[in-house]
Design a protein around this ligand. Structure first.
Ligand code: LMR
Length: 333
């Protein structure tokens, strides 16, 4: 009897020991290559999180849609098949959180300073609150950059867009934007864009230089217009059940790692995009078009009405809040 209880106590102790040593695994899935602002941010988070938790947490990063494509990854997060993602802000509509599409309104963020005010202030926090009923916690906003248009036809003025089939992310605001220019928008997952362009399923699309370059879209697109008409950024999100169940000290360490990884990701985003645009130029495969002030004014005239047209979808108060933050950022310039 005595021996039995000693064996039992020992077995329980070993099991507890083994359990305590097994690291908590965070699967972090995303759709861009490792060599992008998001890819580098994810790797930085892994490095910092594993160091801060002294190996009690292991972060496995799966880039380039190798686990899941755009829509699937959000479903996988909700089911707990992965714990962390960083989808672009344009991809939350299918989840039922359409307010994030406010970021897709053309020209709504005139500068990185305006973006910072929105993301780091009460507006960014209120958007994250909307994810919680979906079983998701928003941890941080990561930057990518302003978008350019690409196609096999030069796109200089809105009239050039007529009849063009252009790939968009799954955002109704982006759909409205392309229609305002006279194009036919087509939703494709990010992982399908290169092939869609190569085979002519779409004529072109819009993206940041870093995404265009790392997916080699420039090899199947003849023209790139430096338009900066809109923005791509990310919400780093985590499964709420998983996050809430973490030991408090671990969660605090991960929050610290995320804050540092965010500073890093946001710091490198602009230079990554500048280098990518340079790479595209040097490849000689895509002609880079710079718009004249007159052409820029034509784009604005065609695109500014989108803001009013989508107010019913994303919310007028939210649009007003964005405009207020943008004006405040301009005022301190
Ligand atoms: C896209 O689908 O074009 C982008 O959102 C991809 C990304 O994650 O940057």
């Amino acid at each position: 009897m005595k021996l039995k209880s000693i064996i039992f106590a020992f077995a329980t102790f070993s099991a507890a020991g083994a359990y305590a040593q097994a690291p908590i695994v965070i699967k972090f899935s995303h759709v861009t290559t490792a060599d992008t602002p998001k890819g580098k941010g994810a790797e930085k988070f892994k490095e910092l999180a594993e160091a801060a938790t002294k190996g009690r947490v292991k972060v496995e990063v799966y880039p380039n849609s190798q686990l899941y494509k755009d829509k699937e990854e959000l479903e996988a997060l909700q089911m707990g098949a992965v714990q962390m993602l960083a989808p672009s802000l344009s991809k939350f509509g299918p989840l039922g959180v359409k307010e994030f599409e406010v970021y897709d309104i053309p020209y709504i963020l005139p500068s990185k300073a305006a973006l910072q005010r929105v993301n780091e202030g009460p507006v960014g926090k209120s958007l994250f609150k909307k994810l919680e009923p979906k079983g998701i916690v928003g941890l941080a906003y990561w930057d990518n950059g302003f978008k350019d248009m690409t196609s096999n036809k030069p796109l200089r003025v809105p009239a050039d867009f007529r009849g063009q089939k252009l790939r968009i992310q799954s955002s109704k605001v982006l759909d409205a934007q392309m229609r305002a220019l006279g194009a036919n928008p087509q939703v494709l997952a990010f992982s399908e864009v290169y092939q869609g362009m190569q085979t002519g399923v779409v004529d072109g699309g819009e993206n940041t230089p870093s995404n265009i370059y790392t997916q080699k879209m420039h090899e199947v697109q003849k023209y790139l217009t430096v338009s900066d008409h809109g923005y791509i950024g990310y919400a780093v999100i985590v499964n709420k059940k998983f996050w809430d169940a973490l030991p408090g000290d671990i969660r605090t360490a991960l929050e610290g790692a995320m804050a540092q990884a965010t500073t890093y990701a946001n710091h490198i985003a602009q230079q990554e995009n500048d280098a990518a645009l340079d790479g595209i130029r040097k490849s000689g495969k895509t002609e880079i078009i710079t718009l004249t002030p007159q052409q820029k004014a034509e784009w604005r005239k065609a695109l500014l009405p989108v803001q009013g047209a989508v107010a019913g979808r994303v919310g007028k108060d939210l649009i007003d809040a964005f405009n207020r933050e943008a004006a405040a950022a301009e005022a301190v310039k």
